[in-house]
Design a protein around this ligand. Structure first.
Ligand code: PBG
Length: 335
């Protein structure tokens, strides 16, 4: 009888050995916390489909950022929920709009201790819920939308954002935003492009968080398949990513993360700029829903999923688990 000479189990004996040979280490430095701020509220409001996540008031947002910075989380990404929406989303570039207000407040609170990112899109601000303006043919008008994105970028930069993160999937958005930022003297404001963003069914809870319903016309629900990517495609995402880097993206993103680990891995091989991945609202909500039923261990799954995203090739992960993971890291590490 012959036994194998190489025995992989030797290297799995005990946590110290496993730590020594671990190929991927998830740390607090890998985390970006998505935060929602809602105009006109004075205390945080829970979000039905995102347990543990709230719509912040300005005050609670400041406090949350200070606490996250204290835990070592390097960055936040802010989303605004305005009181008033209109056809073009004008609150998105209003210097007094909720997102600009939030950026200024967070900036003054955390200084340079934390990187402040802002989602750059119109859907939270339009009454029809699309990521751009609707043209005469009923479709989102790409180039008119780009002009508005330019105004949003300049407003965010003037409010003190470090990174604009365009998420609307309009063609040419990175080049348009870069040139607007440069003309406004905001050469130091970086762009994190949501380059490979899929028209995913996993954004449902996010839309609860920002109060967005997509209008499909004639009273039916709409979708974003006319501008976000088709989930059947991989190569197309590499074209998008290369294109965004050529247009001046400082960082690129794949979104969602878990259903698109192949895209993350392929993107990693394709470009050398920092690569982000967004563990989105539906991915987070599913884990919570199952954990509530006692079907799985929330903390263990949070670590496993986030580590998997990093193992696939992401440099950092936008995740609603950021705070939980940062607390776990402070409390003995993430394994
Ligand atoms: C668009 C935007 C969306 C998300 C981030 N930016 C929604 C969409 O494209 O419909 C989704 C994030 C998530 O689900 O967590 N502003």
């Amino acid at each position: 009888m012959s036994f194998p000479t190489r025995r992989p189990r030797r290297l799995r004996r005990g946590e110290a050995m496993r730590r020594l040979v671990a190929e991927t280490h998830l740390t607090v430095e890998d985390l970006v916390a998505p935060l929602f701020v809602r105009e006109g509220i004075t205390s945080p409001a829970p979000i039905r489909s995102l347990p543990g996540v709230v719509q912040h008031s300005i005050e609670s947002l400041r406090k949350e950022c200070v606490e996250l910075a204290g835990l070592g989380v390097p960055a936040v990404i802010l989303f605004g929920v305005p009181e008033e929406k209109d056809a073009v989303g004008s609150c998105a570039w209003d210097p007094e709009g909720i997102l600009q207000h939030a950026i200024r407040e967070v900036r003054s609170e955390v200084g340079r201790d934390m990187v402040v990112m802002a989602d750059l899109c119109l859907d939270e601000f339009t009454d029809h819920g699309h990521c751009g303006v609707i043209g005469a043919d009923g479709d989102v008008d790409n180039d008119r939308t780009l002009e508005l994105y330019q105004k949003v970028a300049v407003a965010q930069a003037e409010a003190g954002v470090d990174i604009c993160a365009p998420s609307g999937m309009m063609d040419g958005q990175v080049a348009a935003i870069r040139s607007a930022l440069d003309s406004a003297g905001a050469q130091d404001t970086a762009i994190l492009a949501y380059s490979a963003k899929y028209a995913s069914a996993l954004y449902g809870p996010f839309r609860d968080a920002v109060g967005v319903e997509i209008d499909g016309g004639e009273g039916v629900a709409g979708d974003r398949r006319g501008y976000q990517q088709d989930h059947r495609n991989l190569r197309e995402s590499l074209l998008e990513i290369r294109d965004d880097v050529e247009q001046g993206a400082d960082m690129v993103m794949v979104k969602p993360a878990l259903s698109y680990l192949d895209v993350i891995a392929a993107a990693r091989g394709e470009v050398d700029v920092p690569l982000a991945a967004y563990h989105v609202s539906g991915e987070y909500a599913m884990v919570h829903a199952a954990a509530e039923r006692g079907w799985l261990d929330l903390e263990a799954v949070a670590v496993e999923q986030t580590t998997a995203i990093k193992r696939a090739g992401a440099d950092f992960v936008l995740t609603y688990f950021a705070r939980l993971l940062a607390e776990m890291a402070a409390d003995g590490g993430l394994r």
